[in-house]
Write a protein that binds this ligand. Structure first.
Ligand code: KG4
Ligand code: ZN
Length: 345
């Protein structure tokens, strides 16, 4: 296993701007968060029912300097004391990513620091290292965010084997679309989570999709259609829709599939540790379902605190650290790669 073989402490200034959070953090030796500043644009995008890329880019430009200054200030450290600058360069919204990448390049070049480009999803996975000092690869990780749903084996730091992925919508996307359809608004995930607490998850039996011949792949578009069909049918027959029951039943269908695929993968492939990452990993039903199933199967379960599940700078600092100690250095020509694949450089 590749560990830090450096004698000196490594301080990473990390920058994240791939979607609608402008974030910066200072992370020591990959696992100790000295500051984690997040400026969320959610209120702004709520007006439009989703993230408006143009607005996101403009807001990042407005906020990024303040956020970075605040991160250094909260860590009581100066830029000169940083070992390297890490930045998310993909995947994400191209205009949003570009703001962080351009800023990181300017700062690193100006201060004479190495630059480390980080994969956003590797960041999400690495959020697990921050609060779990005992967690080391290999482990199975379920990555569930607004744009991604992947089941992977984290073989080593920065080394992934993809077992399965979604064939259509990401899990978070399904939450957001269903929330919009039932009038819960944006961002959908947390609203469905909260509303579902008042409902019966067994009230409506929604489909649990399996992908033929690909046991670890996911598909959520059929479930989304089933929810819409249910609503249309209720409207046509004049039945009243119980939104908490609908939210709880939809959530249960998503959670069942996510949990069973993940636990099956760990059992079948012989891994003892399971982790979760991404915004949807903060879902209370998913956490509870995964806890139950892992306990039953004798698996060790890890997930980050909610603030480290959704986009943040600390996770980029953790991933950036492992890339840095593995010798990864980005050139001054580092560019935003909106569709960057996991495991690609
Ligand atoms: O990881 P993230 O912050 O951004 C991406 O990289 O996409 O994930 C955002 C997604 C959104 O779809 C949001 O609705 C979902 O995570 N989410 C949740 C919860 N909190 C955030 N979904 C379900 N339950 C939650 N509690
Ligand atoms: Zn994310």
């Amino acid at each position: 296993m590749r560990k830090n073989r450096l004698d000196e402490d490594v301080y990473i200034l990390a920058i994240e701007s791939s979607c609608d959070e402008t974030a910066a953090a200072v992370v020591k030796n990959g696992r100790e968060v000295l500051s984690n500043v997040i400026s969320s644009q959610i209120a702004l995008h709520t007006l439009y029912g989703g993230v408006v890329p143009e607005i996101a880019s403009r807001k990042h430009i407005e906020k990024i300097n303040q956020v970075i200054e605040a991160a250094l200030e909260e860590a009581h450290m100066a830029l000169e004391e940083m070992t390297a600058v890490a930045v998310t360069y993909g995947p994400g919204l191209v205009g949003a990513l570009l703001v962080g990448v351009a800023e990181a390049k300017a700062i690193a070049y100006g201060a004479g620091k190495p630059l480390v480009g980080v994969h956003h999803i590797e960041g999400h996975v690495s959020a697990n290292f921050i609060e779990h000092p005992d967690l080391e690869p290999p482990f199975v990780c379920l990555i569930v965010s607004g744009g991604h749903t992947h089941l992977v084996v984290v073989k080593d730091y920065g080394e992934f084997e993809i077992l399965g992925r979604t064939r259509d919508d990401a899990a978070g996307e399904a939450f957001d679309k269903v929330a919009r359809a039932v009038g819960l608004g944006y961002p959908g995930g947390p609203k469905v989570d909260k509303t579902a607490k008042e409902g019966n998850p067994e009230a409506i039996r929604f489909p649990r999709a399996k992908v033929e011949g690909a046991p670890y792949d996911f598909s959520f578009s059929g479930l989304k259609s089933a929810v819409l069909n249910y609503m249309n049918h209720a409207k046509m027959t004049g039945e009243e829709i119980c939104v908490p029951d609908l939210a709880a039943s939809f959530q249960a269908a998503v959670v069942d599939v996510l949990v069973s695929h993940t636990v099956d993968a760990a059992k079948n492939l012989g891994y003892r540790k399971v982790a979760m990452a991404g915004g949807v990993a903060s879902n209370s039903a998913l956490r509870a379902g995964m806890r139950r199933a892992c306990k039953r199967a004798g698996l060790e379960l890890y997930y980050p605190s909610p603030v480290l599940c959704t986009d943040n700078g600390a996770m980029i600092g953790a991933a950036g650290y492992y890339e840095y100690v593995n010798g990864v250095r980005s050139g001054w020509d580092l560019n935003a790669v909106p569709n960057l694949r996991l495991g690609e450089r």
